[in-house]
Design a protein around this ligand. Structure first.
Ligand code: NAD
Length: 358
């Protein structure tokens, strides 16, 4: 297979973790006979420094000419005070997601067996295992609705944010969730607030229609408040959890906490067309940038997601995940996942160990 991958290395630890992920891709290519071509794309704070804007003209076109995009992280204190959109690194993230029409955000939360004791939940809960995938709608809902601020006569200033969802938006994210469940444990939990919100009632009606079509997948409705509780009480009950933008924003952060370190969690943002965008959930970690301290695992596992969802190479994806689990089982740790007093390795050595296990 021949694949072209856009690399947005970005800022802070971005270039370090992407560097290790690229070496893992090369190792997989060698082992399984694939050819990967890499195209560097400038975006974020480094782009502000180089050309004066975080999202240089042609960024989306360069990415569209590739089969997938791998992003490290963008942003940092150096660019933290800018008010103009073009001078804000994070603004580029919203632009690229919009321009590539990435409406589905996939965030797995799985507890790596070797790190079960990093889980803040009860031991019995962790031992039952956690392996769920949150599928969050990314381009609709209250974050993209009309915003208003006005003065009332008797209650001072008032603000309003409109939350809207169309059947089309719900159906396409719903289909993504059911298709994903078919590749996993064939269970979908749809999270809404249908006892209160009209958008949720439309959400639920549409999901029920899809559930009939995907009758081989077990389906349940879960109210968002209950979902928040169940995620800490018994996360092992979930396989695919699908929800709207704001609920997904909050629940995916909650889910990431139950699995231990931020340095371990990958994500994917996908739409109906290539390229999908793959990135660790963490930011640019300016406090440890350039010190060979960053954990590259989240980015390496993002590559595994890329192989599975963009390149349809499940065997290669599983090989990467297995290599990561093996290195962790052998006791190798970067500083973020080490217990006090435990010996640690740096970014480069961790990448090297994973490649060796491949
Ligand atoms: P962060 O995720 O960068 O860091 C939070 C903490 O986690 C820090 O202590 C950091 O050292 C640690 N950490 C993060 N990733 C790690 C890794 N791979 N290995 C070891 N430790 C790791 O979040 P923040 O400090 O809130 O944000 C820093 C910058 O990153 C900000 O400018 C923010 O806007 C940006 N950001 C970018 C993205 C993105 O590019 N997608 C996401 C989140 C934050």
């Amino acid at each position: 297979m021949n694949c072209k991958i856009a690399l947005i290395r970005g800022d802070g630890i971005g270039p370090e973790v992407v560097g290790e992920a690229v070496k893992v891709m090369e190792a997989v290519g060698e082992k399984y006979g694939h050819q990967f071509t890499f195209v560097d794309v400038l975006m974020g704070g480094c782009a502000i420094d180089a050309v004066g804007t975080s999202y240089p003209e042609g960024t989306a076109e360069k990415c569209r000419a590739c089969d997938a995009v791998l992003l490290g992280a963008v942003g940092g204190p150096k660019w933290g005070h800018a008010t103009e959109a073009a001078k804000r690194p994070e603004n580029a993230l919203l632009s690229i997601r919009k321009d590539l029409e990435l409406y589905a955000n996939l965030r797995p939360a799985s507890l790596r067996p070797a790190l079960a004791d990093a889980c803040p939940l009860k031991k019995e809960t962790a031992e039952r295992g956690i392996d769920l995938m949150i599928v969050r709608e990314l381009t609709g809902g209250i974050y993209f609705g009309r915003r208003e601020k006005y003065m009332t006569e008797d209650r001072g200033e008032e603000a309003a944010d409109r939350m809207a969802y169309s059947e089309m938006e719900i159906e396409r994210i719903g289909r993504r969730a059911f298709e994903l469940a078919r590749l996993r444990n064939k269970k979908v939990a749809s999270v809404d607030k249908a006892n209160v919100l009209e958008t949720s009632r439309l959400w639920r009606k549409t999901m029920h229609r899809l559930a009939e079509e995907y009758s081989d997948v077990a389906y349940e409705d879960v109210l968002v408040d209950n979902a928040a509780m169940q995620l800490v009480k018994d996360p092992g009950q979930f396989d695919v959890v699908v929800t709207e933008n704001m609920f997904g924003d909050i629940l995916s952060d909650e889910a990431s906490m139950i699995t231990g370190s931020i340095g371990l969690l990958p994500s994917a943002s996908i739409g109906d067309h290539a390229p999908g965008l793959y990135e660790p959930i963490h930011g640019s970690a300016p406090d440890i940038a350039g010190q060979d301290k960053a954990n590259p695992i989240a980015t390496i596992l993002s590559v595994a997601m890329m192989f599975r969802y963009s390149f349809h190479l499940p065997e290669e994806a599983a090989a990467i995940e297995k290599a990561v689990d093996q290195v962790l089982a052998e006791g190798w740790r970067t500083a973020d996942i080490a217990k006090p007093g435990e010996e640690t390795v740096g970014t480069v050595r961790m990448g090297e160990l994973i490649r060796e296990r491949l």
